[in-house]
Design a protein around this ligand. Structure first.
Ligand code: ATP
Length: 239
């Protein structure tokens, strides 16, 4: 059976409010089926909130967030990787297998697939260890395996390499590039402009809760259009 396409993801005047304050929006935006979108902007601009809004963790107080399929189906076809992974009191392989078990895959199959994913992300030798004993970079690789094991159509990543060293960042980026090659749509927030340049097909620049630019990475880094994005790329302090 051919699955109905998940995309486009369409935000129409979507707005997030918390404690009576507008944190993001109104945002109008369309996310198509291919590529890696990198969300950049100053601290507190609303990058995490925008990702959470797209993924359904934050609800739109006004406006709409629509997928090409009903929301319940859409949620089932997405993954989210947080800056700090949620850790369970289980072994690495059991943590990676968990999403499959929740969705009714047999213990034996889930275990076999999780071992395969542990191998793909370079954790084969650590599969039996308690997840809580992993280093920061290893934890993030485990989180990626856990998010990718159900083969999501889209993966949201909120600063997945913050506080990781160069070699861990390089390994994570390698996993993300493989996911990109396997046609996983990605939307990732990052503070790291080098990383944005390495991974982005398109860039969303957000400032004070509003999307100021959405353009190809090439166009954005060559000639940003808004004064705020120009200042940000120059390294000016934006408040
Ligand atoms: N629950 C909340 N209630 C009130 N304000 C909030 C809440 N959560 C976040 N904020 C505020 O919303 C704004 C956007 O936060 P968000 O975490 O989305 O920004 P960000 O661009 O991801 O920031 P950073 O780069 O520092 O991670 C910030 O000013 C933040 O303080």
């Amino acid at each position: 059976m051919v699955e109905t396409a998940l995309f486009p993801l369409t935000l129409s005047e979507a707005t997030v409010r918390k404690s009576g304050v507008t944190l993001v929006g109104p945002v109008d935006l369309e996310i198509g089926p291919i590529g890696t979108t990198v969300v950049i902007g100053p601290n507190g601009a609303g990058k995490s909130t925008l990702l959470r809004l797209m993924h359904g963790l934050d609800r739109a107080a006004k406006g709409r967030v629509d997928w090409n399929v009903p929301m319940k189906d859409a949620q089932n076809r997405q993954g989210f990787v947080f800056q700090t992974p949620i850790l369970m009191r289980r072994s690495v392989v059991d943590c990676i297998a968990y999403p499959l078990l929740v969705h009714g895959v047999s213990r034996k199959d889930a275990h076999a697939q999780a071992l395969d994913w542990a191998d793909r992300v370079g954790l084969a030798d650590h599969a039996a260890r308690p997840a809580r004993t992993l280093s920061g970079g290893e934890r993030q690789k485990m989180a990626l395996a856990r998010a990718l094991i159900r083969n999501p159509d889209i993966l949201f990543l909120d600063e997945p390499c913050a506080s990781l060293d160069g070699s861990a960042t390089r390994e994570i980026e390698g996993i993300l590039k493989s996911a990109r090659t396997a046609n996983t749509r990605m939307v990732m927030a990052t503070h790291d402009m080098g990383q944005a340049k390495r991974l982005a097909d398109d860039v969303l620049f957000i400032y004070r809760g509003n999307v100021h630019e959405h353009s190809t990475a090439e166009a954005f880094f060559k000639a940003p259009q808004t004064p705020e994005a120009q200042a940000f790329l120059r390294g000016d302090i934006l408040e």
